[in-house]
Design a protein around this ligand. Structure first.
Ligand SMILES: Cc1ncc(C[n+]2csc(CCOP(=O)(O)OP(=O)(O)O)c2C)c(N)n1
Ligand SMILES: [Mg+2]
Length: 615
């Protein structure tokens, strides 16, 4: 068979192929890759770098400051696009490549698509060892990029130019698969990037992808429907899958028609607007009192698109009904089966619509729905108290959240780690789907600002507000520069409590001494007194230092129309968190200790473990 071919380097073939992958958004055919983040070095500048230059009009390349951060941005872009579009990231070999490993794990945990293209050593091995090559004494095939294997859904090392043909096709199949989707790593040997091959023209044909919506299996569906028909006290846990499936309306229809209260995970928050009467708010360790009271009693939990991680299930001590049944509505069987659930492997929207139809006439007990509404009213009073304005010299995180919420009501909120996620999960009043963007699968310090940049690139019309602690800011702030370079304006609210506040509180709660978390409790000669505003200003940001909640609100209002990224710093109290709501979380306390505080915490821990469901 004779095929028309085109002679390209492997790197040129990668670039050309990426430009031809499309999808349909709101009826319009658009490139499925929103762009490429790149930091060049040896191992990608001559090959992929030159190839990307050739396609820069159709596939934009963005220069980031840090490889981990740029992968965070790319992953946030996919999350904010509900996994409909995504980005690629290319690095040099060695440290550049490995800087992306943590981000790969983040995408893996959160089930988010990203195409990672780290450079790799010479396939021909003639110049070995090249700069940045780690040599394995016993295995010639190992390179540092093997570290990507456990945190990639699909990993391949390209050692011949034609291997890219099946590899890229497989990559696309994984990136667009709602069940398998996650990071794909194609490790591109440096010499092979530059090698030419006669690629079939058909490889570069335009391909329009759509995300499939798997239908439920008849038997699984019948079992799930039967369980719900028996249910008197059902609840729905809405996970990230609701958003990725764009199933908010289907969820709402189901909940309203059958009177089923909905509670949201960190990834699922904003599935329903905060003021929907059946939205009980957050669930689990950082749950509202309304959600957790219902979860304790629930006889059927319909978990939609949730990984059921420990923060959601209160380390499996939240659900207390002896006859509890869980239905796992999920595209991924791995998740659908968790904790003895009745699996319902299907797309969230399709599954909810089908259940809604099949359950015509079925309702939760009216007293149950009434209890939900009353619990929500009570919770809202507690939440409003926590977020009310204050004159306190050092406000709490909750009070700062209140100020941000009042000043920027329709913001898209981005956060990931520290004490803020718990407080935001409880207290942030989310609007439309995706207006709450929390990376809490991996809760990676340093995600926030880089993530905010990815969100802004995906949703340029959103008012993107990043909330970040001082510790997380110190770990990774470099993408402030990228946001300014790209004209992707962020409002960053930096809460400075002079240390790792949440870990200090966890330390105290487990009987630990105040040690090595707050800066004052660390080994030091001098305490730094970091001027965060000056630091951010040095990167080109507009900056403000707010010395009160009132000043913060004013600063937020004044900078809403600013032309570039703004950083507003406020000092906060490291000790206060919102008491209302919440649930036990399993953090193992030492069994043997000389310190009485640890012994007391251990005793309480052993008691708490009794509530944990096993298996
Ligand atoms: C990369 C990474 N390292 C360590 C942790 C563990 N950790 C979680 S929160 C936290 C402290 C965060 O400090 P800060 O950003 O100031 O927030 P605060 O706790 O003060 O609210 C640490 C060390 C993490 N989540 N991610
Ligand atoms: Mg802090």
């Amino acid at each position: 068979m004779s095929q028309n071919t085109i002679r390209l380097t492997m790197a040129q073939a990668v670039a050309k192929f990426l430009t031809m992958q499309k999808t349909v958004i709101d009826g319009e055919t658009v490139p499925i890759f929103g762009g490429v983040f790149a930091i060049f070095g040896h191992g990608n500048v001559a090959g992929i770098g030159e190839a990307l230059h050739g396609v820069k009009e159709t596939l934009p390349t963005y220069r980031a400051q840090n490889e981990q951060a740029m992968a965070h941005s790319a992953i946030a872009y996919a999350k904010a696009s509900f996994r409909r579009r995504f980005m690629a990231c290319t690095t040099s070999i060695g440290p550049g490549a490995l800087n992306m490993v943590t981000a790969a794990a983040l995408a893996h945990v959160n089930r988010l698509p990203v195409l990672l293209l780290p450079g790799d050593v010479f396939a021909n091995r003639l110049p070995d060892p090249v700069l940045q090559q780690a040599e394995d004494f016993g295995d010639g095939t190992v390179t540092v990029n093997d570290c990507f294997k456990p945190v990639s859904r699909y990993f391949d090392r390209i050692t011949r130019p034609e291997q890219i043909i099946p590899a890229l096709r497989r990559a696309m199949a994984v990136l667009t698969d709602p069940a398998e989707c996650g990071p794909v790593t194609l490790s591109l040997c440096q010499d092979v990037q530059a090698e030419a091959y006669d690629y079939p023209e058909s490889f570069f044909a335009e391909k329009v992808w759509h995300i499939r919506r798997p239908m439920p299996d008849a038997d699984e569906f019948a079992e799930a429907a039967a369980a719900l028909l028996q249910a008197k006290k059902p609840v729905i846990i809405a996970g990230g899958g609701v958003l990725y499936s764009e199933a908010s309306q289907a969820l709402r229809n189901f909940a309203e028609r059958h009177g089923v209260p909905v509670m949201e995970t960190q990834a699922g928050k904003s599935s329903l607007p905060h003021d929907h009467p059946l939205n009980m708010g957050s669930v689990g360790v950082t749950g509202s009192s309304a959600s957790n009271a219902l979860a304790e009693e629930a006889d059927v939990v319909l978990a939609v698109g949730s990984r059921l991680q420990d923060f959601t299930t209160g380390s499996w001590a939240l659900f207390k009904n002896d006859n509890l049944k869980i239905i796992g509505l999920n595209t991924q069987p791995f998740d659908a089966h968790k904790h003895h659930a009745l699996p319902l492997v299907a797309d969230a929207r399709v599954g909810l619509d089908a259940l809604n139809q099949a359950l015509t006439g079925w309702q939760a007990e009216p007293a149950w729905t009434d209890k939900a509404r009353a619990g929500k009213d009570e919770w809202l009073i507690a939440a409003d108290q926590a977020t009310a304005s204050t004159n306190a010299e050092l406000p709490s995180d909750a009070q700062v959240i209140g100020a941000v919420q009042r000043a920027r009501e329709s913001a898209t909120l981005v956060c990931a780690s520290g004490g803020l996620p718990g407080e935001l999960h409880k207290l942030w009043k989310a609007g439309g789907p995706g207006s709450y963007h929390m990376e809490y699968g991996f809760s990676t310090m340093g995600y926030e600002i880089a993530g905010g940049l990815g969100v802004k690139l995906a949703r340029p019309n959103d008012d993107v507000v990043v909330m970040v602690g001082d510790g997380s800011y110190m770990m990774m702030n470099s993408e402030i520069v990228s946001s300014i370079m790209l004209g992707a304006k962020l409002t960053i609210v930096l809460l400075d409590n002079a240390g790792f506040g949440c870990i200090n509180r966890l330390q105290m709660a487990t009987g630990g001494a105040n040690f090595n978390n707050l800066l004052k409790d660390t080994h030091h000669v001098t305490l730094p007194g970091i001027d965060f505003a000056a630091h951010a200003a040095s990167m080109g940001a507009i900056t403000r230092k707010a010395s009160s909640i009132a000043e913060l609100e004013t600063a937020l209002q004044e900078t809403e129309s600013a032309d570039r990224t703004t950083v507003i710093v406020i000092d906060t109290d490291p000790l206060i968190t919102t008491d209302a709501g919440g649930h036990w979380w399993d953090v193992a306390v030492p069994e043997v200790s000389d310190r009485p505080q640890v012994n007391a915490a251990r005793e309480a821990y052993v008691k708490a473990l009794k509530a944990q469901r096993a298996g």
